[in-house]
Design a protein around this ligand. Sequence first.
Ligand code: FES
Length: 116
Amino acid sequence: AATAEALLSHAAAIQTEAFSLSQFDADLTDTGFINVTLMKSNKTVAIPKGQSILSSLEQQGIKPNHGCRMGICNKCACNKAQGATRNLLNGAANQEPTQLLKICVNSAQSDLVIDL
Ligand code: FES
């Protein structure tokens, strides 16, 4: 019985560890940089996580189309081919490929490929 107990507690420890690792993998922190590949411009730039993609690109000297900067006018929307983003207004994460992305109100959470 002692052995079984030891095994069980060992298994529990492994599970706890796996859980915290997967938490880490989800990586919802807002630090670090993300590579954004701009397909039309044929460029890849590194932008900080957790900031609007639009303003981050502007800081790199890129001037995407935009209007309101508030997620209303849709002028900044471009196609995202792949990558995870997070809506800065409501915190919603999006990892689906081929989505229309409003770059003024979304931040990059993983490397992105967008049609810009
Ligand atoms: S600039 Fe208006 S929705 Fe993004």
